[in-house]
Design a protein around this ligand. Structure first.
Ligand code: 6IA
Length: 144
């Protein structure tokens, strides 16, 4: 099971600790192709020596070869939205995890309203873990 975990990079890194916990849990279900998303050194300024074009080609390749996409979408990210759109286009199974932590912000209707995407709200990391377990169980009949 290849899992592409998507989450904000240039959109903002406030939730990097949550990304790390989600990735650790996802590893119970398969191979996470994008562990670097939880790298605290991965700053908004950039990954050493990589061009944007290289990152785009590499990451899109990852989306296309994955069996499932799991995205943390609390911090709005153009890159994550784009990856989700491309994944929907290719009929991938997609789970988005969202935390309503700011009453002035709502998840984009283009994600919340997309029939090809399962969106689940969570408050605690334990809730997110249960949602992930249920998603894999219901989608692939695989337990944690
Ligand atoms: O627009 P964002 O940067 O927030 O988009 C984040 C999403 O795009 C993530 O889900 C990643 O899969 C992908 N992505 C964007 N930039 C990178 C990156 N390094 N390395 C890996 N994946 C990326 C770029 C660092 C950058 C600050 C130069």
């Amino acid at each position: 099971m290849k899992i592409y975990f998507a989450a904000s990079i240039r959109g903002g890194r406030e939730d990097v600790n949550t990304y790390s916990k989600i990735i650790e849990h996802l590893k119970n279900h398969g191979q996470v192709l994008t562990e670097h998303i939880a790298d605290k050194k991965l700053a908004v300024q950039g990954e050493d020596g990589l061009t944007d074009n290289y990152i785009h080609e590499r990451d899109l390749g990852g989306v296309l070869q994955s069996d499932v996409i799991v995205a943390e979408v609390t911090t709005p990210s153009l890159g994550v939205g784009y990856e989700l759109g491309r994944a929907v286009e290719h009929g991938k199974r997609i789970l988005c995890l969202y935390r309503q932590d700011n009453e002035n912000r709502m998840l984009s209707a283009m994600i919340a309203g997309c029939p090809g995407i399962i969106v689940k709200e969570y408050k605690t990391i334990e809730e997110a873990q249960k949602i992930i377990d249920n998603f894999f169980k219901n989608s692939f009949n695989i337990g944690a």
